[in-house]
Ligand binder design. Structure first.
Ligand SMILES: NC(=O)C1=CN([C@@H]2O[C@H](COP(=O)(O)OP(=O)(O)OC[C@H]3O[C@@H](n4cnc5c(N)ncnc54)[C@H](OP(=O)(O)O)[C@@H]3O)[C@@H](O)[C@H]2O)C=CC1
Ligand SMILES: O=C(O)C1=N[C@H](C(=O)O)C[C@H](O)C1
Length: 255
């Protein structure tokens, strides 16, 4: 049995993942961490400042983090101190926070970090890479839409998309929305963020050329798509050597 702990246990993703862990025959949910205490599928939720205690008492093999950027860095540091593998889905980290997290991981514990754990988005990223490679001269715009409560913008998935486009189509300036006399379009990626209602997560990349437009879109209809990718990653990361891995590694695309 692989023992699993979840940071952000009482949140939207934490509860979805917790549900799947309890249904998985090879996994055992040992508890959670959150700002509030409580119970979670019959296990205890510890207050976040007690994370070291949690890791020592409950001894998870894998710690999953879906919280908020600053908390995620601290949770990964605690996992590293206690030799526990991590899966990080939290987005919105600054470059400095990402560096701090990587320093805590490297040479110490195995970690899968991904801005999107859904199988569909990981395939979508490959489709975008291929299109960007072939359509370097097209104007490229990225549009993402999420629910009312999302705290970071643009989404982590959109940031990954922007990096892929830059890798394949060359460096471009990111332009966030447009307003007023903006002049002729330059060598840029337009980025447009929509927030509203209960939209789970929509991403579109538009490649606009002369007389034609290609749009690639992924829409998530249930957070279970992310949670299923997390569950797949738990079994994969267990007992891997220390290092930072991504979903391409989990899905076998790097073999
Ligand atoms: N990679 C992926 O596939 C996906 C990533 N995400 C990302 O996951 C993160 C969480 O999303 P979501 O579940 O919707 O957010 P929620 O706000 O629903 O859940 C986050 C939970 O973490 C709690 N929390 C806040 N601070 C701490 C802390 N210091 N220690 C422990 N827990 C803490 C929150 O408490 P409180 O509510 O009291 O603040 C909340 O219960 C976001 O960054 C989101 O972008 C989301 C979906 C998929
Ligand atoms: O906050 C969310 O909800 C989501 N966050 C991730 C992101 O920022 O890309 C993944 C997904 O789109 C849902």
């Amino acid at each position: 049995m692989i023992k699993v702990g979840i940071c952000g246990a009482l949140g939207r993703m934490g509860t979805k993942i917790g549900g799947l862990v309890t249904e998985s025959p090879d996994l055992e949910l040992v508890g959670g961490i959150d700002l509030k205490t409580g119970s979670f599928y019959g296990t205890e939720v510890y207050e976040s400042s007690r994370i070291d205690e949690f890791l020592k008492e409950k001894k998870p093999d894998v710690l999953i983090d879906f919280t908020i950027a600053h908390a995620s860095v601290e949770n990964v540091k605690a996992a590293s101190r206690n030799g526990v593998a991590v899966l990080v889905g939290t987005t919105g980290l600054s470059d400095e926070q990402r560096k701090e997290m990587e320093e805590a991981i490297n040479g110490k514990i195995p970690a899968v970090i991904s801005s999107n754990f859904s199988l569909g988005v990981n395939i979508f990223w490959h489709l975008i890479r291929e299109a960007a490679k072939q359509l370097k001269d097209y104007d490229i715009e990225v549009i993402e839409a999420h629910h009312h409560f999302k705290k970071d913008a643009p989404s982590g998935t959109a940031k990954t998309i922007i990096n892929i486009i830059k890798e394949e189509a060359g460096d471009r300036e990111e332009i966030y929305g447009r307003e007023g006399m903006v002049g002729e379009r330059g060598n840029e990626i337009g980025v447009h963020v929509v927030r509203g209602g209960d939209i789970i997560g929509d991403h579109t990349v538009m490649f606009a050329g002369n007389d034609e437009v290609i749009e690639l879109t992924h829409r998530a209809y249930d957070r279970l798509v992310f949670a299923h990718g997390v569950i797949r990653s738990v079994s994969w990361i267990h007992q891997k050597p220390p290092g930072i891995y991504n979903m391409d590694d989990v899905l076998g695309f790097n073999n």
